[in-house]
Ligand binder design. Structure first.
Ligand code: G3P
Length: 214
């Protein structure tokens, strides 16, 4: 299982990297807009910090400009992966980019049908957003499980799942239990995973008792 950090903030990426929690990075226009600096400069800084894949999303929504923008973004660094939205022109762009050896991640996937089309178009990664489904009382984890079953039962669909829009430690535990290939996790959730009140109580007790030997 790979863990990516879901942020464009360099400090958060460095912190995750120090814990072995940055096998890759996913960004999107919203995450990049939170940072200061030019779009490509922010990406360059991230690509210098980690050796794994750095996912950067195109802003265009038409086929020609998506392909053009993708080729420009791919020049930023060797570890750039192009994020393409799950729309008709996006599928066409994914197919074209596949033929040119440019890896793609089809993002904003919310159904198994969309995942099938993205995989058939040649996407390297499929990026379903489970938290946003939970937000509208749909079962995000169920979707991830269905997509994983489809990929297992159809080995010709050679794509990896990146579970995104992860909002809680329980999402992480359930996805890991499912065997999902990659989880992209916000720093806030990574921090939540570290902590447990019983650990704090145990440390406090050990420290108090160790005073006897200090
Ligand atoms: O990588 C996609 C992720 O950043 C979206 O998360 O919480 O905005 O649904 P969220």
């Amino acid at each position: 299982m790979d863990i990516y950090v879901d942020t464009a903030n360099l400090a958060e990426i460095e912190q995750a990297n120090r814990l072995g929690l940055a096998d890759g990075v996913t960004t999107n226009p919203t995450l990049i807009a939170k940072e200061n600096g030019e779009f490509k400069e922010i990406l360059k800084g991230i690509c210098q910090e980690i050796t794994g894949p750095v996912h950067a999303e195109v802003l265009s929504l038409d086929y020609e400009n998506m392909v053009k923008e993708s080729k420009e973004l791919a020049k930023v660094a060797d570890n750039i992966v192009i994020k393409i939205p799950m729309i008709h022109d996006g599928l066409k762009a994914v197919k074209a980019l596949k033929s040119e050896g440019i890896p793609t991640n089809v993002t904003l996937i919310f159904s198994a049908g969309q995942a099938i089309l993205a995989a058939k178009a040649g996407a390297t990664y499929l990026c379903p957003f489970l938290g946003r489904l939970d937000d509208i009382s749909s079962n995000g984890l169920e979707l991830l499980s269905t997509i994983r079953t489809i990929l297992i039962n159809n080995p010709d669909l050679d794509a990896k799942i990146i579970a995104a829009s992860i909002r809680t430690p329980i999402h992480v535990v359930e996805l890991a239990s499912m065997g999902v290939d990659i989880l992209t996790i916000p720093s806030k959730v990574l921090k939540q995973l570290e902590n447990h009140p019983l650990t704090d109580i145990g440390i406090e007790q050990f420290t108090k008792d160790a005073e006897k030997f200090m």
